[in-house]
Write a protein that binds this ligand. Structure first.
Ligand SMILES: Cc1cc2nc3c(=O)[nH]c(=O)nc-3n(C[C@H](O)[C@H](O)[C@H](O)COP(=O)(O)OP(=O)(O)OC[C@H]3O[C@@H](n4cnc5c(N)ncnc54)[C@H](O)[C@@H]3O)c2cc1C
Length: 385
C-alpha cells in the first residue's frame, strides 16, 4: 500500500505542468459547468494528489509541512476549484484522522482518502457556530454500541460530493464551549445523514458547498475519533493549526497567477503609443504585489519549517493565514486595475473570476478579524515579539 514519494523537485515540476497545460485551458468550462470534469478527477487520483499529507503507511506521500506548502504554492496558481477538489483530502478532510485517529480508524479510512476513492470534508460550522466555533449545538448521544447524531452543519466545502465527514458534535449534555465536544468520522451511507443542495455562491464555481443534516444519524461508537469523548475541539485545533499554513500557501498561488496575467496584459496593451507597463504608476502596482507575494511566501515557509521541527506554530499559522488572505485580496484588486475595463468583464479576461474566487479566503477558516484577535491574544501572552 505504501507509495514512494517522488523527489520534491519532480513533484513540483509535475504540478506546474499539470496546472498550466491541463487545468488552465479548462477553467472557463469549469466555471460554466460548475463542476470539475470526472476525467480530471481521475488524473488527480492517478497522480496521487489526494494523498499528499497522508502518511506513506496509509498510501499517501507523507509530505512534510514545508513540502506540502511548496506543492500548494504550485497547485493554487489556478482557479480555486482545482485545488479545492483535492484540498479537503490533503487538509481538513483527513487531518483529524492523521492527528488523532486510532490505528483501526486510520487503517480503515486513510488509504481511501489518499487514493481519492473517498472525498472527505470537515463539518464544524453551524448556523449558530461560525466565528464562535465552540457554540456547537449538534448532539451525539451514546446508545449501546453507537451514537445518535442530531443537528445541522452549514457552509461545508465538498459536502455535496463527500463520502466521509469529520463531524464535531456535543457528547456531554448541558456542556458549553469547547468542553464536551467530540469528533466523529461519518460515512455518507450511514442512515440519517443527508446533504443539502449546493449553494449559489459569489465565486469558486466547481467547488460545491452545502448544509449537512443529521436526523437520528446512527454512527458506530468505533467512529469516535481517538476513541475518547470530550477531545473533539483539541483535535480541531490541531487540524486548523496545520491547515492555516496550508491555506495561506493556497492564498499565495492565486496571487502569483493573477500578477503573471496582469504583467502579460500590461506589456501588450498599448495606450499613449506604448505598453501600459511602461507607466510608473502601473509599475508601482506590480512592485507592491510582488513584494507582498514574496513576504507571504517567506513567512509561510518559515512557519512550515518551524512546525516540522515540532515547534508550536499557533501564532505563526494565524499570522500567515491573516496576511496571505488579505494580501491575495489586495493583489486581486490591483490586477483588476491593471487590466482596466477588461479586468471587469468575464468575456475579456479571467481576472474577474479570480477576483470573486479569492474573496472567500478572508472569511473561512477564521475571518481576518478572528485572526487579528487571536494574534493579539497570543502576543499579549508573551508570544514571539
Ligand atoms: C464557501 C464557504 C466554505 C466554507 N467551508 C467550510 C468547511 O468546509 N467547514 C466548516 O466547518 N466551515 C466552513 N465554512 C464556514 C466558515 O469557516 C465561516 O463562515 C467563518 O468561520 C465565519 O463564520 P460566519 O460565517 O458565521 O460569520 P460570523 O461569525 O457571523 O461573522 C460575521 C462578522 O462578524 C465578525 N465577528 C464575529 N465575531 C467577532 C468578534 N468576536 N470580534 C470581531 N469581529 C467578529 C466576523 O469577523 C465577520 O466579519 C465555509 C464558509 C464558506 C462561506
Amino acid at each position: 500500500m505504501s507509495r514512494p514519494a517522488p523527489p520534491l523537485a519532480s513533484l513540483l515540476a509535475d504540478i506546474r505542468s499539470f496546472v498550466r497545460e491541463r487545468w488552465h485551458p479548462l477553467e472557463d468550462q469549469v466555471e460554466r459547468d460548475d463542476a470539475v470534469p470526472p476525467a480530471v478527477v481521475d488524473e488527480l487520483r492517478h497522480k496521487g494528489y489526494f494523498g499528499w499529507s497522508i502518511p506513506q503507511a496509509y498510501g499517501g506521500l507523507g509530505l512534510s509541512t514545508e513540502d506540502l506548502v511548496q506543492c500548494a504554492f504550485e497547485l493554487s496558481q489556478a482557479s480555486v476549484a482545482l485545488r479545492a477538489r483535492v484540498g479537503t483530502n490533503t487538509g481538513i478532510g483527513s487531518e483529524a484522522l492523521v492527528a488523532d485517529g486510532t490505528p483501526a480508524q486510520k487503517e480503515r479510512y486513510l488509504p481511501r482518502l489518499a487514493s481519492g476513492e473517498f472525498t472527505g470534508c470537515l463539518a464544524l460550522t453551524e448556523p449558530g457556530a461560525g466565528s464562535e466555533a465552540t457554540n456547537v449545538q449538534t448532539t451525539a448521544r451514546r446508545e449501546g454500541d453507537h451514537y445518535v447524531l442530531d443537528g445541522r452543519k452549514c457552509y461545508i466545502t465538498n459536502a455535496p460530493i463527500a463520502d466521509l465527514f469529520t463531524v464535531i458534535a456535543r457528547t456531554e449534555e448541558g456542556s458549553r464551549g469547547s468542553a464536551g465536544l467530540s469528533a466523529f468520522i461519518v460515512e455518507r451511507g450511514f442512515p440519517g445523514l443527508r446533504t443539502g443542495a449546493p449553494y449559489r455562491k459569489m465565486g469558486q464555481a466547481g467547488s460545491p458547498v452545502s448544509d449537512v443534516i443529521f436526523e437520528h444519524c446512527k454512527v458506530p461508537a468505533e467512529n469516535l475519533i481517538g476513541g475518547q469523548e470530550g477531545t473533539g475541539f483539541h483535535t480541531v485545533m490541531k487540524v486548523l493549526n496545520k491547515q492555516r499554513l496550508h491555506l495561506a500557501a493556497l492564498c499565495t498561488g492565486p496571487a502569483i497567477r493573477m500578477l503573471e496575467l496582469a504583467i502579460a496584459h500590461t506589456q501588450q496593451r498599448q495606450q499613449f503609443g506604448q505598453p501600459v507597463s511602461n507607466f510608473q504608476l502601473v509599475q508601482a502596482m506590480i512592485a507592491d504585489s510582488q513584494t507582498e507575494i514574496y513576504a507571504a511566501r517567506s513567512m509561510i515557509l518559515e512557519a512550515a519549517r518551524a512546525r516540522d521541527r515540532g515547534e508550536d506554530v499557533a501564532l505563526a499559522a494565524s499570522m500567515c493565514k491573516y496576511f496571505a488572505s488579505e494580501m491575495c485580496g489586495r493583489v486581486a484588486d490591483r490586477c483588476v486595475q491593471m487590466f482596466g475595463g477588461a479586468g471587469y468583464v468575464a468575456d475579456f479576461s479571467p481576472i474577474e473570476r479570480y477576483y470573486r474566487d479569492v474573496r472567500l479566503f478572508r472569511l473561512y477558516e477564521g475571518t481576518s478579524q478572528i485572526h487579528q484577535l487571536n494574534i493579539a491574544k497570543l502576543v499579549m501572552r508573551g508570544g514571539m515579539a
